[in-house]
Each structure stands twice: as structure tokens, then as C-alpha cells.
Design a protein around this ligand. Structure first.
Ligand code: NAP
Length: 286
């Protein structure tokens, strides 16, 4: 069956018709057909755990640039949190900072209540707070295992559970979990960290299936080697070895991860859930 070509609408914003208009004019996109910016986050409230430094800080700034009201959580680095808050408010954003250990249920309840009371709702949750306590397995202590699992994985469970009730009522929400390539490909000396990050991926996929019918998406971002404080204790030799593994040949910046989070938090990603988006210069490409 043939389709009458003349009746088909143009497939892009470029008008290729030649009936009357100038050639240049016909190549320019029609203003009224330009899509709205899809990472527009106005009217959204975001909670970013571990938002006082590194990747969390860049995520808080990026979401605020998209128009979101941003609550950042941190553990105890008050000065760093105030610094980010100053940057956000200086840029005209509505922002707040709440201290609390996200590995502790009572702290999580307090943090989530404070944000809900101040901003009325939470639309975007970024589970970003995380630590490392590297050691070879035979030398790894129970304390090193427990604190990493509590801070990285149990926190994801606690904060997501606390925020989800409101999202279910709203029948909308975006959750983004910051995992790691260590959780995908493993890393010697990081059995505790890799287990916590792999756990976050299983968590993401399970909850994605639980809440999809309520208009809530949950995805993970897996950064590779991103220049933040978390690498401060890494030796020059280990850094060099890691850089050699990166196909794009360089470490990433917190802003690279923040862009991926902004996408997943926005309407542009409304049909994306249960995914792991790698931001790693190609290290873990399948
Ligand atoms: P970072 O610079 O060390 O910052 C960590 C942030 O988490 C800080 O804001 C810190 O708060 C907060 N935090 C730590 N423990 C906490 C707790 N128990 N409760 C609440 N907040 C807590 O780390 P980063 O490099 O930005 O890493 C951020 C996330 O990305 C982590 O989950 C990490 O595993 C992941 N990641 C990082 C890389 C990388 O190369 N950097 C790669 C893969 C994945 P304070 O300021 O109060 O200490």
C-alpha cells in the first residue's frame, strides 16, 4: 500500500517545502516547534544525600540550575554544607541543608521530615552519600565491612523507604542511586564497597518493578574514576594504573555525573526505569 507523500507531516522542525518561502528561511527550525527544555525541573523538590561535597555537591547545583528546590543532606561537615548552600542561594535557588547519618534510621526519619515540612513534598531523591574503607579481604575488619554497607546500601533502603510513601501518594517520583563501576566489574581491595554498590543495583531493579505502575522511576548511575575527595587517599601509582584502564583516557568530573542524574530526574527520562547508566569514560562498556 502506498502512502500519499503530500499528506505526511514534516518529520522534524525543518520545513523542507518550497512553496513560496526563501530557501534559508525554510531551513531554520520553526520556533513554535522547538521542544520545551526537557531537564526543566521547576516546581520539583529534590533531596540529595551526601550533597556537601564531590558528586553530591555537583548534583545539587545541577538540579538547582534546572529550577528545582534542593535539600542537601550531609553527615558532619557543616562548613562544606554551608558553602554549597551559599552557592545555591547565590544562584537564586530555594535550598536547605540537613545534617544526619543516612545509615541510621532515626536520622533518616528526621532528615526526611525536615525536608517535607520545609518544602511540602519530595519529587526527586538522589541516594548519593557513600564512603570507602578499602582493604584486602583477609585483612578486612567487621567494622570496615559494616560501616560501608550501612552508609552505602542500608542508607539507600532507609531513605528510599522514607521518601516513597509521599511519592506513591503523588503518583510520581524520580529516584537516582549513585552506584559505582566497582559494583559492576569488582575491584581488588573493595569487597565491602563493591558488594554495597552491587546491592544498590539489585535494589534499584527490584524497586523499579514495585513502583513502576505508580509513575515512579528508579535508576542508577555508575560513575568510574571521578576526581573528588573520595580519591584523596589513593596512591599516585594506583591512580596511574586506573587511568590506563579508561578508553576515553581521562578521569571524569563531578559535573559529568550530575548531567546524567539531571537527565534521569527529568521528564526526558519518563520512559526509563531500572537502568544503570555508566559515566566512566568507557571502562565498563559491555
Ligand atoms: P566524597 O567527595 O567523599 O563526598 C561524600 C559525601 O557523602 C559527603 O557529602 C559526605 O558528607 C557524605 N556522607 C558520607 N557518609 C555519610 C553519612 N553516613 N550520612 C550522610 N552523608 C554522608 O564522595 P564522592 O566521590 O563525591 O562520592 C559520592 C558518591 O559517588 C558515593 O556514593 C560514591 O561511592 C560514588 N562514586 C564515586 C566515585 C568517584 O570516583 N568519586 C566513583 C564511583 C562512585 P560530609 O561532607 O559531612 O562528610
Amino acid at each position: 500500500m502506498s502512502h500519499p507523500v503530500a499528506e505526511q507531516p514534516p518529520r522534524s522542525g525543518i520545513d523542507v517545502s518550497t512553496d513560496g518561502g526563501s530557501f534559508l528561511g525554510s531551513l531554520l527550525p520553526r520556533p513554535e516547534r522547538r521542544p520545551a527544555p526537557l531537564t526543566d525541573l521547576r516546581d520539583r523538590v529534590a533531596l540529595v544525600t551526601g550533597g556537601s561535597r564531590g558528586i553530591g555537591r555537583a548534583v545539587a547545583v545541577r538540579l538547582a540550575q534546572g529550577g528545582a528546590r534542593v535539600a542537601l543532606n550531609y553527615r558532619d561537615n557543616h562548613d562544606a554544607a554551608q558553602d554549597v548552600l551559599g552557592e545555591l542561594k547565590g544562584g537564586g535557588a530555594h535550598a536547605m541543608a540537613v545534617a544526619g547519618d543516612v545509615g541510621q534510621a532515626e536520622d533518616v526519619a528526621r532528615v526526611v521530615n525536615a525536608v517535607s515540612q520545609a518544602f511540602g513534598r519530595i519529587d526527586i531523591l538522589v541516594n548519593n552519600a557513600g564512603i570507602t574503607r578499602d582493604n584486602l579481604l583477609l585483612r578486612m575488619t567487621e567494622e570496615e565491612w559494616d560501616i560501608v554497607l550501612d552508609t552505602n546500601l542500608k542508607s539507600t533502603f532507609l531513605v528510599t523507604r522514607a521518601v516513597l510513601r509521599g511519592m506513591l501518594r503523588q503518583r510520581s517520583g524520580r529516584i537516582v542511586n549513585i552506584t559505582s563501576i566497582s559494583g559492576v566489574i569488582g575491584n581488588p581491595g573493595q569487597a565491602n564497597y563493591a558488594a554495597s554498590k552491587a546491592g544498590m543495583i539489585g535494589f534499584t531493579r527490584s524497586v523499579a518493578r514495585e513502583v513502576a505502575s505508580r509513575g515512579i522511576t528508579i535508576n542508577a548511575v555508575a560513575p568510574g574514576f571521578i576526581e573528588t575527595d573520595i580519591w584523596a587517599t589513593t596512591s599516585e601509582q594506583a591512580r596511574k594504573a586506573m587511568l590506563e584502564l579508561i578508553p576515553l583516557g581521562a578521569s571524569g568530573k563531578p559535573e559529568d555525573v550530575a548531567e546524567a542524574v539531571a537527565y534521569l530526574a527529568s521528564d526526558a527520562a519518563r520512559y526509563v526505569t531500572g537502568q544503570v547508566l555508566h559515566v566512566d569514560g568507557g571502562i565498563a562498556m559491555a
